[in-house]
Design a protein around this ligand. Structure first.
Ligand SMILES: Nc1ncnc2c1ncn2[C@@H]1O[C@H](COP(=O)(O)OP(=O)(O)OP(=O)(O)O)[C@@H](O)[C@H]1O
Ligand SMILES: [Mg+2]
Length: 145
């Protein structure tokens, strides 16, 4: 589905709404150009899951782990995309996918199970964004946005 976001507060509200519906082993894949708001969305969601510490962009470290109401991995896969085998490089990050929530920026090709929730962010004027959100029926048919 497509969603029009007008302000950063609306983006925050959406991330909070999704945070209340995710569970352990879910995978969220964030797409969109530089500055679209992928990290902002992830930060809001991670805080909403009970993480108090500062959430910073994982651009340089690639993977950050948090412990909220469950373990969370926040990944920036941008630098993997240029590699000859991004899939293998992703697997070598050795993330515990099964018992944590995993959020991947630039991650659409790493939906290994096909059950990830894909969130593509398009930049509009000012704070406006257009989000296209898609996920498999097996996992996401009951998602309320
Ligand atoms: N509606 C909005 N949603 C999210 N961020 C917004 C919005 N409006 C303005 N912004 C601003 O846009 C910037 C988004 O930066 P952010 O680091 O989240 O982007 P990103 O998609 O992660 O970029 P990168 O690809 O470099 O990691 C922030 O400075 C944020 O304050
Ligand atoms: Mg980012």
């Amino acid at each position: 589905m497509t969603l029009a976001i007008e302000t950063i507060d609306e983006m925050e509200a959406l991330a909070q709404k999704i945070s209340s519906q995710v569970r352990l082993s879910d995978l969220l894949l964030l797409e969109g150009p530089l500055g679209a708001g992928k990290t902002f969305f992830a930060q809001t969601l991670i805080h909403a899951l009970g993480v108090r510490e500062q959430v910073t962009s994982p651009t340089f470290v690639m993977v950050k782990n948090y412990r909220g109401i469950f373990p969370i991995n926040h990944i920036d896969a941008y630098r993997l995309l240029d590699l000859s085998n991004p899939q293998q490089a992703f697997e070598e990050l050795d993330i515990d996918i099964d018992s944590s929530l995993t959020i991947v920026e630039w991650g659409k090709q790493f939906d290994l199970t096909g059950d990830g929730l894909h969130i593509a962010i398009e930049i509009g004027e000012g704070e406006s964004r257009t989000l296209t959100i898609t996920g498999s029926d097996t996992r996401w048919s009951e998602l309320v946005l």
